[in-house]
Design a protein around this ligand. Structure first.
Ligand code: ZN
Length: 138
């Protein structure tokens, strides 16, 4: 078994900024000309997530609206009472959505659906610089 580690950084606007990272992931994976592998995409941080979505304008409003119902920005959080950083909502959203996604590479192609993109969602309450890690296992 071989593991290839790749990473890249992106700047986000924070505040549930949804960024399409599909092309960066494809670029890093396809540069190795592999046929079959397990591809894991992970972001480091407790107020940021990696997930999948159809990257279209409607869902870019719908997803933040849905998460606002689950973890509203202006609710009082114990985290904020403890740390006074005002991003309790961001930690909760990141925990629920998760930090990684897996995509199988089969016959040289990442098996994404036609309308399925890989996105990073930054929930923090300020712009951030995030590091995305890709582990390619074959
Ligand atoms: Zn915090």
């Amino acid at each position: 078994m071989t593991i290839i580690n790749e990473k890249f950084t992106i700047n986000t606007k924070g505040n549930t900024d949804v960024v399409d990272i599909t092309q960066q992931v494809k670029h890093h994976v396809y540069s190795h000309s592999l046929q079959n592998a397990a591809v894991h995409v992970y972001v480091a941080g407790s107020t940021v997530s990696v997930t999948n979505i159809e990257f279209e304008p409607g869902l870019l409003v719908d997803l933040p609206e849905a998460l606002e119902k689950v973890a509203p920005v202006d609710k009082e959080y114990h985290h904020d009472a403890m740390w006074h950083d005002g991003n309790g909502y961001a930690h909760i959203r990141a925990s629920i959505v998760g930090n990684s996604t897996y995509v199988p590479l089969i016959d040289g192609a990442l098996q994404l659906g036609q309308w399925q993109q890989i996105v990073l969602v930054d929930f923090d309450n300020k712009p951030r610089n995030r590091t995305v890690y890709i582990q390619i296992i074959y």
